[in-house]
Design a protein. Structure first.
Length: 122
């Protein structure tokens, strides 16, 4: 929902952060080797972001297995993502928790962070 803290701390440009907020864009990205947010996709709305995130996971090698989802005041978004993953990979191991400390500060309200293992389940 907001990228203001990321902009203040040099993780994204202030112009990108402002545009995202004004236009209601959801960014699917990953951490770069430099510690910045590397945007992969810009989506309009949460449903589109969930579907794009799953496609991104699959392109990078996810085939079922462990997924760890953490959120900052966005339990509904975390659950929506988990539901879509389970629909596609019924035997996957998903755990959801709330962000704490620095993760909640940088991720900001409304965010979802995802970690997953690559490769085949089982």
């Amino acid at each position: 929902e907001s990228m203001n803290n990321l902009a203040r701390n040099g993780r994204v440009s202030p112009a990108v952060a402002k545009a995202v907020g004004i236009l209601g864009i959801r960014v699917v990205g990953r951490a770069s080797s430099e510690g910045t947010l590397e945007p992969l996709h810009k989506c309009r709305g949460g449903k589109s972001a969930v579907m794009q995130l799953i496609k991104t996971m699959e392109r990078s090698g996810y085939r079922g297995g462990k997924v760890r989802i953490s959120h900052t005041e966005n339990e509904a978004g975390a659950n929506a993502l988990a539901e879509q993953i389970v629909m596609k990979y019924p035997g996957c191991d998903i755990r959801i928790r709330e962000n704490r400390g620095l993760c909640s500060y940088y991720a900001e309200k409304g965010s979802v962070l995802v970690g997953y293992e690559k490769g085949l389940m089982g």
